[in-house]
Write a protein that binds this ligand. Structure first.
Ligand code: GLN
Length: 485
């Protein structure tokens, strides 16, 4: 048996069901490796001893009908976990221990999953490099000088580094797909409303969605069918017929029409990304799909619209952190002074920047000019996709305009950081599902991803296309265990 940590989730489940591996062996394997991988800084909170206990009790009384029988899983530290510290990567929640469980994580534990720990992320999921975390940046297992992407950087790094068999992240403007692309992993952002937001620390409520990050497409499909449930506790949760994505997964995509949007050929895009996209087009053609040129005319306005809508919602969501009921509190001379000190010491600079932008665009006199305008642009972007889907079944684009960049390279230039989201944010604004799969390496050996965007609720279709492409691409990450001494 090869090292347990190199096995896919699907293989681990099978091995446990066939009693070739115990939950304890698997859990211990991932814990040992995580212990040796501290330098990557993927974990904010480890829950290792409790995980081992849970694994033992699973082995004593196994239930092999479960979909995740005794499988250890680390999750982004944005999901509230009952009794386990949940920080959202922020000082302001540094001491916060929830008394309830997010629906998405509850679904995972109900299927036999075991919490390994909470993974590092950008503060309140605001960022594209995991450098805004109060708990420090994460190193990309591909190369120690690289960011792993963000905001689910700890999650993507933990998959690439084999520290957890599967994980969940959240994606408000690309935070699952961009880090997946930067680390050579698979990341799915589901249709808005398919996974409950209950118990997820809110960033921008009309955009936030939870989704899997995994080693391969099949694992991703399996986790998606577990986390996607209707939930009355989330008023934006949608009731629709959910599929058994992993069971219905097929690589037969013959006759599917795949759209190529011309507006995604942006100025200054590296040649390697162009070439990757061209190769991707060849792969889908080889699978029997048909390529159709399409136009998404308002693509250019997606980024500016996103960076109005997201901060506006964030400024409202983050108003609750006042030091009164929970979280960090600073001493003040009076109530107002306490609020001010708590918020200026508790939030990092990126979060403060977003709160200021958000309150500005919502303030009277500017609301119509900025926020309302951005909402109108959002509708136009959604209409572009609706028009496109009259002609095609899915859309293929690069996931990011570059491979992973260096730690520190963009920290002093927020606009260039924001530009990294150019291919991912339109999808959130339109509420659509999209998956990023590793599709090649650049000249330096860094992974590059391709994105497949689907119609609303059509997760099965994009998973199938990704599955077919994955087989043709046969991606191999150039990764050494450099961090393990
Ligand atoms: N990078 C984007 C931002 O900073 C997206 C973040 C996310 O998806 N959570 O807003």
């Amino acid at each position: 048996m090869s090292e347990v940590t190199t096995l896919s989730l699907t293989d681990l489940v099978q091995n446990i069901k066939e009693k070739k591996l115990s939950s304890h062996e698997v859990t211990k394997g991932f814990i040992d490796r995580s212990e040796k991988s501290k330098i990557l800084n993927t974990y904010i909170t480890e829950d290792f001893s409790s995980a081992l206990e849970k694994a033992k009790s699973f082995d004593n009384k196994p239930n092999f009908d479960l979909k995740l029988p005794g499988i250890p899983i680390a999750v982004k530290d944005l999901f509230c976990t009952n009794g386990v510290k949940t920080t959202a990567g922020s000082k302001i929640l540094n001491n916060f221990i929830p008394t309830y469980e997010s629906t998405v994580t509850k679904n995972i534990w109900n299927e036999g999953g075991i919490l390994l720990g909470k993974l590092n992320c950008d503060e309140f999921a605001m960022g594209s490099s995991n450098e805004t975390s109060f708990f420090g940046n994460v190193q990309n297992p591909i190369d120690k000088n690289l960011v792993p992407g963000g905001s689910s950087g700890g999650s993507a790094a933990a998959i690439a580094g084999n520290l957890t068999p599967i994980t969940i992240g959240t994606d408000t403007g690309g935070s699952i797909r961009q880090p997946a692309s930067f680390t050579g992993t698979v990341g799915l952002k589901p249709t808005y409303g398919s996974c409950s937001r209950y118990g997820i620390v809110a960033f921008a409520s009309s955009l936030d969605q939870a989704g899997p990050i995994s080693k391969n497409v099949k694992d991703c499909a399996l986790l998606q069918e577990i986390i996607s449930t209707y939930d009355a506790k989330d008023s934006t949760s949608i009731e629709f017929k959910r599929k058994s994505y992993s069971k219905e997964l097929t690589n037969n995509i013959k006759g599917k029409k795949i759209g190529i949007p011309k507006e995604y050929r942006v100025d200054g895009m590296p040649k390697e990304i162009e070439e990757l996209w061209t190769k991707g087009i060849e792969y889908v053609k080889n699978c029997g799909a048909q390529i159709v040129d399409i136009s998404l005319p308002h693509t250019n306005y997606a980024l500016p619209a996103y960076y109005i809508v997201a901060p506006a919602e964030a400024s409202s969501n983050l108003a609750r952190y006042d030091g009164v009921k929970y979280g960090f509190r600073s001493k003040g001379e009076n109530l107002i002074d306490m609020y001010e000190k708590t918020r200026s010491e508790g939030f990092g600079s990126e979060v403060q920047r977003r709160i200021m932008i958000g309150t500005y665009v919502l303030s009277s006199g500017y609301y119509d000019a900025y926020y309302l305008k951005a909402q109108k642009v959002r509708k136009l972007i959604k209409n572009d996709f609706d028009d496109a889907y009259k002609k095609v079944d899915a859309i293929l684009t690069p996931s990011t305009p570059s491979s992973a960049f260096k730690i520190g390279e963009k920290t002093n230039d927020p606009v260039s950081m924001y530009l990294n989201d150019i291919f991912t944010v339109p999808v959130n604004l339109a509420g659509l599902p999209a998956i990023s799969i590793p599709a090649g390496l650049d000249a330096k050996g860094y992974p590059l991803g391709l994105q497949i965007i689907g119609k609303a609720f059509d997760e099965q279709n994009i998973l199938n296309i990704a599955y077919a492409m994955e087989e043709k691409i046969a991606f191999k990450n150039k990764i050494t265990d450099w961090w393990i001494k």
